[in-house]
Design a binder for this molecule. Structure first.
Ligand SMILES: [Zn+2]
Length: 493
C-alpha cells in the first residue's frame, strides 16, 4: 500500500465504489442464508395468535389489520359467502413475487407461515435489518393468504359452491378464482408461490420415507417442456431443497408434473410467471403441523433471498430432476400376515389401514378404514406389525349401558377390551362427542361395525387360538398384554 501514491489510492477507492455500485446483486455479494439464520428468524417472528391448523377467517382479520401499517393492505374481493379476501404488498423493488395460500380450505400450513413472515418483514431493529433492506430494495411482494375463506372455515377442500378452485383457473366460475386470476394479470409477477398441503401419506416412491414437503415446478403443457420460465422455478426449488435436506434429510419429494389444464399452478406457469408449488405433508409427532409451518417459513424466506440476489442461478434443472419422485404409499398401520378364516379355510392377509380425520371444532377425531388387503408390500406403515400365527376374531358390545363418558376410565376400558368387548354404549352422549379411550363408544349397539374387508372399519381382535392378544380399535393396534401409550382421537358414533 505504501508504494501507491495518495491520489492513485483515492482513484483506486473511487474505482471500487464504481464497480460495486454497477454490479447487480449476485450470490457472491450475498452468500446463501444459513439454516441457523432462518431458524432464528422463525423463532423471533412466529405469530403467537395462531397455534393450530384449524384457525378461521375471523382469526386472521385482526392480524391483517395489525400489519396494515407496514404492508399495503387491499381487499381484492369477497368469497361466495361474502368473506373478504385481502392482499398484502411489501417492498419497492423491481422483481415482483406473488404468494397465495389455502385455495384449498383444509390446507392451512403455509398460511400460518405467511403470518410469521409478515411479522419478520414488518419488524425493525433486529439482527436482520440488512437482509430486510436487501429484500425490500429488490422485491415487490404480493401475498394473498387464505384464498378460500369459506372452505377454510369448514376446513374443507372446496369452496362454498363445492368447486375445487384449483380446477377453476380457466372457467373462473368462482369469485375466488376470478380474484386470483385478476391479481396475477394486473400484477404480472415474475415469480409465483402456490401454497398447498398434501395428505400425510406421501412417501419417497417405493421407500418408507415419509415426504414432509413436496415440490413442483408445474408443467405448462402436456409435453412437460421446460422453458426459461419453468426452469427458473426449478432452480428456486433446488435452493429450497438444500435447506430442507439439512432439516429433514430425505423428506422431500417431487410431485408428478402431468399437465392439468384447469389448475392454477400449471396455467400461471403458462402465463409467464415462474411458479413454485409447495405441498406440506406430514411429519411424525407433528399432527398440528407446527414444525412444517417453520419449514415453510424457512424455505420461503430462503427463496425470496435467492430471488433478490439471483442466487438461484447457480442451480441447474438437472439438480431439480434429481429430487426423488413422491408417491402415496404410506398408511397408519400395516398388519402383516394375519389369518382370516372363510368356509373352514385359513388365509394369511396383510391389511393396510388409514385413520382418516373428521373435523371437530379446533381439532379432529379419526375413522379407521381398511384401504386394501392381500399382498401389501407396496404400502409402508407408520406402524407395521407382524400378526403371523394370529387369527381374526370378532369383538362384542358390552351389555350394560354406561350413563356418561366420564363413567368409563381408561383402566375400565382396557379391562373390557381384555374380556372381549370392543365397544360400550353410553346413554348421555352425542354422536361426534370426542373421547380418548382405547375402546369404541356407541349411542346404540346398532352403530357397531366391524370387519377386515376393504372399506370396513377395522374393529376386531387377533387371537392365538387360546387368548385374545391384540385389539384393533378404529384402526389403532392395542397389544392387550402390554398396551403402548398412545393418543386415541376418537368420537362417539
Ligand atoms: Zn391443494
Amino acid at each position: 500500500m505504501k508504494l501507491i501514491k495518495r491520489n492513485q489510492f483515492s482513484l483506486f477507492l473511487l474505482f471500487l465504489v464504481f464497480v460495486s455500485g454497477c454490479k447487480t446483486a449476485s450470490d457472491s455479494d450475498f452468500p446463501a442464508l444459513e439454516v441457523a439464520q432462518l431458524e432464528q428468524a422463525y423463532q423471533e417472528n412466529q405469530e403467537a395468535a395462531i397455534t393450530h391448523r384449524r384457525f378461521k377467517h375471523a382469526d386472521l382479520q385482526p392480524l391483517i389489520q395489525k400489519h396494515s401499517e407496514t404492508f399495503d393492505v387491499a381487499e381484492l374481493g369477497k368469497s361466495v359467502e361474502g368473506k373478504s379476501i385481502s392482499s398484502l404488498d411489501w417492498g419497492n423493488g423491481p422483481t415482483k413475487v406473488m404468494l397465495w395460500s389455502q385455495m384449498h380450505g383444509n390446507e392451512s400450513t403455509a398460511t400460518m407461515a405467511l403470518f410469521d413472515l409478515f411479522n419478520f418483514l414488518g419488524k425493525t431493529g433486529d439482527d436482520f435489518e440488512e437482509l430486510r433492506t436487501l429484500l425490500k430494495e429488490n422485491l415487490h411482494l404480493k401475498f394473498i393468504p387464505m384464498l378460500n375463506p369459506d372452505g377454510s372455515d369448514k376446513f374443507q377442500r372446496r369452496n362454498a359452491l363445492d368447486i375445487d378452485l384449483n380446477r377453476d383457473a380457466i372457467s373462473q366460475i368462482s369469485p375466488e378464482a376470478i380474484i386470483l386470476k385478476g391479481a396475477r394479470d394486473s400484477f404480472e409477477p415474475e415469480f409465483g408461490f402456490n401454497l398447498h398441503d398434501q395428505q400425510i401419506y406421501y412417501n419417497v416412491v417405493n421407500t418408507p420415507q415419509q415426504v414432509t414437503i413436496s415440490v413442483l415446478a408445474p408443467g405448462y403443457n402436456y409435453e412437460r417442456d421446460v422453458n426459461d420460465v419453468r426452469a427458473k422455478a426449478m432452480q428456486i426449488i433446488v435452493g429450497m431443497d438444500k435447506v430442507l435436506q439439512q432439516e429433514i434429510p430425505g423428506g422431500v419429494g417431487k410431485y408428478d408434473d402431468s399437465f392439468e389444464p384447469r389448475a392454477f399452478g400449471d396455467n400461471i406457469q403458462k402465463w409467464g410467471t415462474s411458479t413454485i408449488l409447495i405441498e406440506s405433508g406430514g411429519y411424525v409427532g407433528d399432527p398440528e403441523k407446527q414444525y412444517i409451518r417453520k419449514l415453510n417459513f424457512m424455505i420461503i424466506l430462503n427463496a425470496l433471498h435467492q430471488i433478490a440476489t439471483k442466487g438461484y442461478e447457480q442451480y441447474t434443472t438437472e439438480q431439480y430432476f434429481a429430487i426423488p419422485d413422491n408417491d402415496l404409499q404410506m398408511v397408519d398401520l400395516k398388519i402383516n400376515e394375519m389369518n382370516v378364516e372363510i368356509e373352514g379355510k385359513t388365509y394369511p392377509v396383510d391389511l393396510a389401514i388409514r385413520r382418516n380425520e373428521n373435523n371437530a371444532g379446533d381439532t379432529y377425531s379419526v375413522s379407521g378404514s381398511v384401504v386394501d388387503l392381500g399382498d401389501m408390500q407396496v404400502y409402508f406403515g407408520f406402524e407395521e406389525k407382524d400378526a403371523s400365527g394370529l387369527t381374526y376374531q370378532e369383538g362384542k358390545v358390552f351389555e350394560t349401558t354406561f350413563e356418561s363418558v366420564s363413567d368409563i376410565s381408561s383402566e375400565k376400558a382396557y379391562e373390557l377390551l381384555r374380556e372381549g368387548y370392543l365397544a360400550v354404549k353410553v346413554k348421555n352422549a352425542e354422536a361426534g362427542d370426542l373421547h380418548n379411550l382405547p375402546i369404541l363408544l356407541l349411542k346404540s349397539s346398532d352403530t357397531f361395525s366391524a370387519g377386515w374387508k376393504t372399506g370396513s372399519r377395522p374393529n376386531f381382535y387377533l387371537s392365538d387360538g387360546e387368548e385374545l392378544k391384540v385389539a384393533i380399535v378404529n384402526g389403532y393396534w392395542i397389544d392387550l398384554a402390554n398396551p403402548e401409550e398412545q393418543e386415541f382421537k376418537q368420537a362417539v358414533y
